[in-house]
Write a protein that binds this ligand. Structure first.
Ligand code: PGA
Length: 254
């Protein structure tokens, strides 16, 4: 399986800055994404359209939306529908990022609804899950992961047509590691990823082994290689270190 290296730019970069970044990354990669890597960039909506127009700068780079609303159209002021993304030929989305859950109060139900809606509409959907420090300290890691991932399977229970192994990826992002410089230690990553893998296999059978599980939270060029080497780590979701072309490049080739 190719390792996925994903950039979550959050609310950073104007459209011009986004284009400059991709131009620099293309030079660093000499125009080619390494065969053993898949790269996904999640820019802001405005930069997304600018990058789509300039897609030829780095062919095979995947582009995705950080957010969307789970309806095709309607009176949802300020929201973007998957139909609009499809129109831009965007086929990747992020769901359930901890900033959406904690700053914008997205409930587990809404996140699961978005995840299932996106997959029903054939989007490759990266579902972010992870525990807060308080939940970890109270021994609730497994329970939280089970609730966050399990809700998606409950909501999709009446629909056997969703090819989870082709559309779903899960990003384990402990909330206490995001943007803090505190990367989770190898044992913590191994434990959480093993829990997620067994939940996936429990719900999907052998297909569950094909669903990529990424780690995210203070990934940097100097820890990327050792994280990618761990069992059940199929990729990395990178925030801060993905904003500079050189450090994102170092992570891609780590
Ligand atoms: P970080 O963010 O790499 O800056 O910790 C990761 C994320 O929020 O996806």
């Amino acid at each position: 399986m190719k390792k996925i290296i994903a950039a979550n730019w959050k609310m950073h970069k104007t459209a011009g800055e986004a284009k400059d970044f991709v131009a620099k990354l293309a030079v660093l990669l000499k125009g080619n994404i390494p065969a053993e890597r898949e790269i996904i960039i999640f820019p802001s909506f405005l930069s997304l359209s600018a990058l789509v127009e300039n897609r030829s700068m780095l062919s095979n780079v995947c582009l995705g939306a950080q957010n969307f609303y789970p309806e095709t159209h309607g009176a949802y002021t300020g929201e973007i529908s998957p139909v609009m993304l499809e129109d831009l030929k965007i086929d990747h989305v992020l769901a359930g990022h901890s900033e959406r859950r904690h700053i914008f109060n997205e409930s587990n139900d809404l996140v699961a609804k978005k995840t299932v809606f996106a997959m029903r509409n054939k989007f490759k959907t990266m579902l972010c899950v992870g525990e807060t420090l308080e939940e970890r300290e109270n021994g609730k890691l497994n329970e939280v992961l089970k609730q966050q991932l399990g809700r998606v399977f409950e909501m999709a229970a009446d629909d056997s047509s969703i090819p989870f192994d082709q559309l779903l990826s899960v990003a384990y992002e402990p909330v206490w590691a995001i943007g803090t410089g505190k990367v989770a230690g190898p044992d913590e990553v191994l434990e959480a990823h093993a829990t997620l893998r067994s939940l996936l296999v429990e719900h999907l059978g052998p297909q569950g082994r094909e669903v990529p599980i990424l780690y995210g939270g203070s990934v940097k060029p100097d820890n990327a290689h050792s994280l990618l080497d761990l069992d059940n780590v199929d990729g990395l979701l990178v925030g801060g270190a993905s904003l500079v072309a050189d450090s994102f490049y170092q992570i891609i080739v780590a």
